[in-house]
Design a protein around this ligand. Structure first.
Ligand code: XBP
Length: 231
């Protein structure tokens, strides 16, 4: 193995639960839209990857909602991104256990690091900077949001990271938290480890190397929920 490729939302931090949903709702309210996504609704909407795509999908299926043009959706989403990055900068979204430890240990072992995410690139950078400005430089490839034609579960984002790293799929391991992410990484041929997050703990992860509760710390070992050492 030569590299670890990290998903962002749900893997580095529980961002959907503590950040994205609230940011969408605030952007809707500021725009005078009578839309509020509760946790149950958001869990279902997470099957649609990409914030703009999620808003568009919701509006299409909401008879009483105004039907907004793509440009208006993009504007709403820009504001949502501003709100979200402010939340991150204010330290409202803590890292999950084991993330920083794993980055440090991987680097010490000579592994390279990559990011493969559906979220907007500015969201990824804001979250990485929370661990220190130098952390962004630890990643040899950061591919996110609209940098690829198709979002997860399409494999595009992973294929692009492999290209940047100059590696074959079998030379990396992906770390994901969702079924869509697992499908994307596996379509790119990359063996994948799952660290379950708030909204994805009931999803199905067939084909994963293992399913962990989180990435673990010496003082907080992670339970293995499925895989070779489950139980
Ligand atoms: C998760 C997503 C994103 C976020 C919202 O991406 O599907 O759409 O929910 O972010 P990943 P944006 O798990 O691949 O990191 O609003 O910026 O799309």
């Amino acid at each position: 193995m030569k590299a670890l490729i990290f998903d962002v939302d749900g893997v580095i931090a529980d961002t959907e639960h503590m950040g994205h949903r609230l940011a969408f709702n605030q952007a809707f309210a500021e725009a005078g839209l009578d839309i509020e996504w509760d946790e149950e609704m958001y869990e279902r909407l997470l099957w649609v990857t990409g914030g703009k795509e999620r808003i568009a999908y919701y509006l299409r299926h909401c008879p009483e909602c105004p039907q907004l043009l793509d440009a208006r959706i993009a504007e709403l989403h820009r504001r949502k991104t501003e709100i979200y990055t402010q939340m991150v900068a204010q330290g409202q979204i803590p890292y999950r256990p084991g993330v920083r430890r794993l980055w440090r240990e991987a680097r010490a072992a000579g592994l390279r690091l990559g990011i493969a995410s559906t979220t907007a690139p500015e969201n990824v950078l804001a979250l990485l900077r929370q661990a220190g400005e130098e952390v962004v430089g630890w990643f040899d490839s950061i591919v996110a949001g609209d940098m690829v034609p198709d979002k997860k579960p399409a494999p595009d984002v992973y294929i692009q990271v492999l290209r940047h790293l100059g590696l074959e799929a079998g030379e990396a391991v992906a770390i994901e938290d969702s079924q869509n992410g697992l499908i994307a990484a596996r379509r790119a041929g990359i063996p994948t480890l799952i660290t379950c997050s708030h909204y994805t703990r009931n999803q199905r992860f067939e084909g994963a190397l293992a399913v962990l509760e989180h990435l673990g710390e010496p003082e907080l070992p992670a339970r293995v929920l499925a895989g070779p050492a489950a139980g």
